[in-house]
Design a protein around this ligand. Structure first.
Ligand code: 173
Length: 327
């Protein structure tokens, strides 16, 4: 009788642990993951590699259950789902969750690579904001050193966009508006249709990835130079992190470090390949001359920082100091 009661008590305790998500020492945990970008496309690839590596290294310890991309969850809702604990770990760009953390969009302004930002205190400064506003921890930046560009379907002879309607996300809003454009926010999944119907005259996007959703068919020009640096990061819910054992954390941390390093190593070849591929697809470069190019980038950075500081008057100026190269 006594032994039955004991067994029951143990089973009840175990069931309670499972229900609350408290890890039992030897128990494998499974994290629910979503990406803000379409599965198996350029900006999900780093995350998918991370997941494969965690699932290989974490057998019996920690696994990631990849629910999917925008078909599973609208991209601009991924950040709030992470904060609320609806999902445990995400792949997104900061621009997609500015509604809860406006400062996340500042990653794009960083003029130095991640290792330097981790060294100089910029990462730690952002980490506090992630904890406070997103209830989250940024594990790894998986895209860096990849400039954004303006793509157009109408020729321009100077860096002015008055009379142009351009597809944006928060990444490009302040800059394109400073050039005189009228802007409309459109999720990547709806850009093709917007171009096809002539709803927009162009769009912002990084140098890589326009082939993923077929946009080369509806794109005539790319404006050079590029500006900013595309950011994609793997972010984990802080309550989930707090419940992980040291062994589980160690799998995530090691794979995150490796994935961030790999992203640093591979970007240059990818950029070269995709630039050539755009040329082969008939996309013509509108290349600004020396002084004009300098002015174009100056407007980009001024408008970008003004936007960040307007959204976050306390953290914005500090981030500008930490992210900019001292001149
Ligand atoms: O243009 C976008 O949708 C966007 O903001 C972005 C950010 C990072 C990578 C790719 C696109």
């Amino acid at each position: 009788m006594g032994s039955i009661t004991l067994k029951f008590a143990f089973a009840a305790a175990l069931a309670a642990c499972l229900a609350s998500g408290t890890p039992v020492a030897s128990q494998e945990i499974s994290l629910r993951a979503v990406s803000a970008f379409t599965e198996k496309t350029t900006y999900s690839r780093g995350f998918e590699l991370f997941i494969d590596r965690v699932n290989a290294a974490g057998k019996g310890v920690i696994q990631i259950n990849y629910i999917g991309g925008p078909k599973a969850m609208p991209p601009f809702e991924v950040g709030s789902a992470l904060k609320a604990g609806v999902v445990d770990i995400i792949n997104s760009t900061g621009a997609f969750y500015t509604n809860i953390m406006p400062e996340a969009d500042a990653w794009k302004m960083a003029e130095q690579p991640m290792p330097e930002l981790r060294r100089n205190g910029a990462y730690d400064y952002m980490a506090k904001i992630y904890a406070e506003k997103m209830n989250a921890i940024l594990l790894a930046r998986v895209v860096d050193n990849t400039p954004y560009h303006l793509y157009l379907n109408r020729q321009i002879s100077e860096a002015k966009l008055s009379g142009f309607k351009i597809r944006i996300t928060p990444v490009y809003r302040d800059f394109f508006q400073a050039l005189g454009a009228s802007v409309v926010q459109i999720a990547p999944g709806e850009v093709y249709t917007a171009l096809e119907r002539g709803v927009v005259d162009g769009y912002g996007w990084p140098i890589t990835g326009i082939f993923d959703l077929g946009w080369q068919e509806k794109t005539k020009y790319r404006v050079d130079p590029g500006f900013y640096s595309a950011e994609l990061s793997i972010v984990i819910n802080k309550d989930v992190w707090a419940k992980l054992s040291d062994a589980q954390r160690s799998v995530l941390t090691k794979v995150a470090e490796q994935t961030e390093r790999d992203a640093e190593a591979n970007f240059a070849a990818d950029i070269q390949k995709e630039t050539k591929r755009q040329e082969d697809a008939g996309i013509r470069a509108i290349t600004m001359g020396g002084a004009e190019a300098v002015e174009f980038r100056k407007i980009a950075y001024q408008a970008g920082w003004n936007g960040i500081i307007a959204q976050s008057p306390v953290h914005g100026p500090k981030l500008k100091e930490l992210f900019s190269v001292k001149k």
